[in-house]
Ligand binder design. Structure first.
Ligand code: CA
Length: 223
């Protein structure tokens, strides 16, 4: 699951980023509105943590842009300005939640997980596809009700496929979602290939009722 932090207080941004990476999220950051806009145009995220008072404009503009682009990212506004107007405007523009600074990281994590649950899992604790069940809060996977151990990237890949109804994934979108957009493209495509190979073997060994197939020149498909 990939998160974007748009925050100009660099120390705060770094602390949030580190804490979310410790929870095994893939995290990117932008230090101003312009960088944030560039990122949301080029990439997809599961969730955005959005500061309102940015040096080059209001974070509200990024919410407006998301709406214009018909993007479905969950957004949590982080603002020092605990004003009702800000909160109402943000929520009206599609933000999912609002957290006033200063906040505890534990509360931020709880809100992040809850926003992602609402966005990706209809608010449920687990997501089910055929005979496979994932519990994202503790990254647990059951196949035929038996727990199966997946490494971090195998889990991320499986979750990415299962929450997307179209189930055909372009390889570059997959690479960006699982490794972040800082990684070298060729390396990440090689990694995907080997991680998918391992994941397929585990799915097969545990008799999962689906498989992941390569679609030549495009990416991968859940079948
Ligand atoms: Ca700020």
């Amino acid at each position: 699951m990939k998160i974007l932090i748009v925050e100009d207080e660099l120390e705060l941004s770094r602390v949030i980023r580190q804490s979310l990476e410790d929870e095994l999220f893939v995290v990117e950051s932008a230090a101003n509105l312009k960088e944030g806009l560039d990122k949301i145009i080029a990439f997809d995220y599961d969730l955005i943590l959005l500061d309102i008072m940015l040096p080059d404009g209001s974070g509200i503009n990024l919410l407006k842009e998301l709406k214009k682009l018909h993007k479905k990212e969950a957004v949590i506004i982080l603002s020092a300005k605990d004003s009702v107007d800000d909160k109402v405007e943000g929520l009206n523009l599609g933000a999912d939640d609002y957290l006033a600074k200063p906040f505890h990281l534990a509360e931020l994590h709880a809100r992040v997980k809850s926003a992602i649950r609402r966005k990706n899992q209809d608010g449920d604790q687990s997501v089910v596809f055929k005979n496979v069940q994932l519990f994202p809060d503790d990254r647990k996977v059951l196949i035929n009700k038996v727990e199966v151990k997946l490494n971090r990237k195998e889990y991320d890949l499986l979750y990415y496929f299962i929450i997307r109804p179209e189930k055909l994934m372009h390889k570059t979108a997959l690479a960006e979602a699982i490794w972040g957009d800082h990684m070298d493209q060729a390396d990440s495509l090689d990694f995907i290939y080997s991680q998918i190979k391992n994941l397929r073997k585990k799915l097969k060994d545990h008799s999962a009722q689906f498989d992941i197939e390569a679609v030549y020149g495009v990416g991968y498909k859940l079948v």
